[in-house]
Design a protein around this ligand. Structure first.
Ligand SMILES: NC(=O)c1ccc[n+]([C@@H]2O[C@H](COP(=O)([O-])OP(=O)(O)OC[C@H]3O[C@@H](n4cnc5c(N)ncnc54)[C@H](OP(=O)(O)O)[C@@H]3O)[C@@H](O)[C@H]2O)c1
Length: 275
């Protein structure tokens, strides 16, 4: 086992049932001997993960609930206290990517739903669990954000807003907790997971291009865990995400215009709603 502060920690991971969260859970258990408490809604996917872990499954347990409910987090805290579980690390990873479409064609309820999962889910977990995490000798909160927080894209107003809010929240609490708790912010770009399930990817060509520009899930997970192991405060993953970071910094207005023009010109059905 690598010699690292992460070794043998108790880690709460939201969205552990698939994609990036699932990958982080496996890596922390197998390479750092962590005990992982997963949170998500699908029992079937959690059971599949447990089975894949084999003998390591004793290091994995899960609770099924919707992270967007404040009440669920209150109950989860009571559950941890009742069980005498002392978490060291909280990783807020659960998130959704709604269908690409203009804000004017998106209902207020859809926007609220996205904010509730991607932003408030993380806010409620921090509100409920921070005092427990701070009892650890190595407390940590890591939020899995997105390159959309660095440069919003047309067609993703709700998603970009939720991720921009998460970035601001994370950066503010990082300063408030400096010296008391490690706070990490991770901004991946397109990553090969099931998150695109809500998109209208009817064309093979679109699917292929998304696949080409996307980072592999294994690589993203490797970068995320390495970043946490080194207690990095900000990690941007993928060439597309680095490009968005640069654009957001040097061309915050013209950059958005340029990217929108490229998306429209691409002729992708995916961006039909933007014309
Ligand atoms: N993939 C990308 O291109 C990409 C890029 C940038 C950022 N990210 C971010 O990375 C994170 C992980 O995404 P992913 O790509 O791994 O997607 P994914 O494969 O779809 O996984 C999302 C996870 O979140 C859980 N989840 C969703 N809504 C939930 C809710 N209301 N309550 C509890 N759990 C919920 C899902 O579990 P259940 O369905 O079982 O509830 C699942 O485990 C997200 O925050 C996403 O925004 C992804």
């Amino acid at each position: 086992m690598k010699n690292n502060w992460l070794n043998n920690k108790t880690v709460i991971i939201t969205g552990a049932s698939s994609g990036i969260g699932r990958g982080i859970a496996i890596k922390l258990i197998k390479e750092y001997n962590c005990t992982v408490l997963g949170i998500a809604r699908s029992k079937e996917k959690m059971e599949r993960l447990s089975a894949e872990l084999g003998t390591d499954s004793e290091k994995f347990s899960y609770c099924l609930f919707d992270v967007s409910s404040k009440e669920n987090w209150k109950n989860y805290r009571l559950y941890l206290e009742k069980k005498g579980i002392k978490p060291d690390i909280l990783i807020n990873n659960a998130g959704i990517l709604p269908e690409f479409k203009k804000a004017e064609n998106t209902s207020a309820e859809e926007i609220e739903g996205t904010m509730n999962i991607n932003f408030y889910g993380a806010v409620y977990s921090v509100k409920e669990l921070l005092s427990l995490i701070l009892k650890s000798s190595t407390p940590a909160v890591v939020n899995i954000d997105s390159s959309a927080a660095l440069m919003p894209l047309a067609g993703t107003a709700a998603y970009s807003a939720s991720k921009a809010a998460l970035k601001a929240f994370t950066e503010a609490i990082r300063e408030e907790l400096r010296g008391r708790c490690y706070v990490g912010l991770i901004c991946p770009g397109f990553t090969k997971t099931d998150i695109f399930r809500s998109q209208n990817l009817t064309e093979k060509r679109e699917e292929k291009i998304i696949r080409i520009i996307s980072t592999s899930c294994d690589y993203a997970v490797k970068r995320i865990v390495k970043s946490i192991a080194k207690k990095r405060e900000l990690t941007v993953i993928g060439t597309d995400a680095q490009f968005m970071k640069l654009m957001g910094k040097i061309m915050p207005v013209k950059g958005g215009k340029m990217i929108s023009a490229i998306l429209k010109k691409s002729g992708f059905k995916l961006f039909d709603g933007l014309n």
